[in-house]
Design a protein around this ligand. Structure first.
Ligand code: PLP
Length: 459
């Protein structure tokens, strides 16, 4: 029987390899997968995980450089999170949102203590899309306005309003669902929509463009602007200096609510509690999910400014969910705070990002002709792959599928063959391992990706 050794040196048997056939069979016959043509996929049957590694049923190990959709900040099977969930389940497995509950309140307090000043209250949801739905609902309620501005290159989730606000192709089949969605271009110097040549120019021009959009849409019709603090799936687009502060000022000038979507970057990914701590500009609402408890039990939420929360002191807030602030999820969230503080997670993210990831990735620009640009912060990086460095032609066309996407497919296959599970999207590879990854594993995984890039170089 195949075995794997966990970080404590304990050997675990894996299920028999022939169990994979059963898992695959049930999956193919009965599981309807998200974002997929059902007949064209063949998902890997995964048997077990530990820290930054997971295993398939044949005992093949994969270093998880995706953190399972940039979610598993504390890695697979973290003993503290598991213990907290088990303990809570033994005491009070669930309780509805209308009562006061100890772990729910404690987690809300812990979140508010690390949130920017003046954001004291937390509305809990079951994930990131719902958090954005509710943030938008709050903004619409307090402003009495309907429109919401979002970036073309953005992802805000798959529920009705969240997918309408999303700026990438995933919205195309869904976008009539929220008529108030208006999009604008955000800063992206490498492929600047404004033909800028410096970060300062890109920041200024992107703000001028946003202001034009606001004026032409009619400021009195705009409830909110929603922005990922660092754009995630659409390219790890780090905001240039001054940009987010400029957004804050535009929102102040026009009475618009500024929503920071921190579903991907919140809770450690950038080496900060909230991504906005690394930048300027204070949002009115911050949405979060994923890293709050590494997704061990679904949890998300909205951190709310005192001004907005106060508007609902005497007027009921119209919205809520049966599982809002689920005790099992909150217990895992409280344990997450304890682990972050005890193990210095934020410090290690900054250290590994600056000392290991950034220099290695910057070195790839000289070494690999397929690497057009690298960008990121903490343990959140993108490598943008191109066919031609001069023209910046992407390695695969925007939104490529099938044969057009083959070069990225070949790169991904080479990484997996080397034992790394990468996160790829369009022409980019993102580096987003669990924040608890050991330095040895990080270096080993980067070496595998380095080798796999020679496949991309060949196109
Ligand atoms: N917002 C951002 C920035 C995200 O990256 C995601 C998911 O990847 C979401 C929202 C949606 O979160 P969920 O899938 O938990 O609904």
């Amino acid at each position: 029987m195949a075995q794997f050794t966990d970080r404590h040196g304990t050997q675990h048997p894996l299920p028999a390899p022939d169990a994979a056939a059963q898992v695959r069979g049930d999956d193919r016959a009965h599981v309807f997968h998200s974002w997929s043509a059902q007949a064209l996929i063949d998902p890997l049957p995964v048997a077990a995980g530990e820290g930054s590694t997971f295993w398939d049923y044949d005992g093949n190990a994969y270093l998880d450089f995706s953190s399972q959709l940039v979610n598993l900040n504390l890695g697979h099977q973290h003993p503290d999170l598991i213990a907290a969930i088990q303990q809570q389940a033994g005491r009070l497995a669930t309780i509805q949102p209308a009562v006061a509950n100890d772990v729910r309140g404690e987690l809300a307090r812990l979140i508010s203590e690390v949130a920017p000043d003046g954001l004291e209250k937390v509305f809990f949801t079951n994930g990131g899309a719902e958090a954005n739905e509710y943030a938008v609902r709050m903004a619409r309620q307090v402003t009495g306005r309907r429109k919401v501005l979002s970036m073309y290159r953005s992802y805000h989730g798959s529920t009705s309003t969240a997918i309408s606000l999303t700026g990438d192709p995933r919205r195309w089949a869904n976008e009539v669902s929220d008529a108030g969605a208006v999009r604008f271009f955000g800063p992206y110097l490498y492929r600047s929509p404004f033909h800028s040549t410096t970060l300062a120019e890109e920041s200024q021009r992107a703000l001028e463009h946003l202001e034009q959009t606001i004026l032409l849409e009619g400021p009195a019709t705009i409830a909110a602007i929603i922005i990922e603090t660092v754009v995630g799936t659409n390219g790890v687009l780090v905001p240039p200096p001054g940009y987010l502060q400029g957004v804050r000022e535009l929102c102040d000038r026009h009475g618009i609510v500024y929503i920071a979507d921190e579903v991907m970057v919140g809770f450690g990914r950038l080496g900060e509690w909230f991504g906005i701590d690394a930048y300027d500009g204070r949002p009115d609402l911050i949405t979060f999910a994923k890293g709050i408890n590494s997704g061990y039990v679904p949890l998300g939420g909205v951190v709310i400014s005192d001004a907005i929360a106060g508007r609902f002191d005497k007027t009921p807030f119209p919205g809520g969910l049966t599982y809002s602030g689920h005790p099992l999820a909150c217990a895992a969230g409280v344990a997450t705070f304890e682990v972050f503080r005890r193990d210095g997670i934020l410090e290690r993210v900054r250290d590994l990002g600056e000392r290991v990831v950034e220099p290695t990735l910057r070195g790839w620009v000289d070494k690999h002709p397929s690497v057009g640009e690298v960008r990121g912060r903490g343990l959140f990086w993108a490598v943008e792959l191109v066919r031609d460095r001069e023209t910046r032609e992407p390695l695969v066309p925007f939104n490529a599928s099938g044969a057009d996407a083959a070069p990225m497919g070949a790169f991904t296959a080479a990484a997996k063959e080397g034992g790394v599970w990468p996160f790829t999207h369009f022409n980019r590879m993102h580096v987003a391992p669990p924040l608890v990854i050991s330095e040895t594993d990080l270096v080993r995984g980067l070496a595998v990706l380095d080798d796999a890039l020679s496949v991309a170089d060949g196109y």
